[in-house]
Write a protein that binds this ligand. Sequence first.
Ligand SMILES: *Cc1c(COP(=O)(O)O)cnc(C)c1O
Length: 217
Amino acid sequence: MSISENLHHIESEIPAHVRLVAVSKTKPNEQILEAYAYGQRDFGENYIQELTAKAEALPKDIRWHAIGHIQTNKVKYIAPFVHLIHGVDSLKLLQEINKQAAKSNRVIDCLLQVFIASEESKFGLDENEVKEILSDEIIRTLPNIRIVGLMGIASNTDDEDQVRKEFRNLKSLFDSVKQLHPGITILSMGMSGDYKMAIEEGSTMIRVGSLIFGERN
Ligand SMILES: *Cc1c(COP(=O)(O)O)cnc(C)c1O
């Protein structure tokens, strides 16, 4: 199937309120342009250098999502243009994004990445850290940041009950922080292997790569 057929297929399966981020990491610009020609505008990348190079070469109305782990010293490269940063997993990173956003005269939308998997390798904050970052004392110090939601990556396992449980935990944290902070509206969860379940459990934004562009090497 072609990229546009894949996009069409996924779009036909997701409700209108769920945004699809096409994860194009490692894929060439020609394939991104194929998705663009179909009408896709949200693209996600993991590696800052790749993200910056693609943003420079590709149409300016693409909304670039930084979905991977970000080192603080790389923030300056994406601050002038990034649409949404999904992988915010420390206050230190948030402070650097705030600083670089100010230099670009921007307010940058960010998602707090929450650790939900049972694996040790995944990055992310715990529930208390999320609530602490969202406190007035901290938010006050970050005028060039808007925290608009939460993001999580479920365990890479065939155990569907486990994955569902992880999505459910994140949704329940999402609901609870949303009550205190109405600006929290995005719940980024679900990838190629688990996006349907993620949507059943309340996802509003899915990050899908291989199902659109094919397997990565
Ligand atoms: C690579 C990646 C995806 C997309 O993964 P697929 O399984 O190819 O859909 C989604 N989210 C993050 C954070 C990723 O690193």
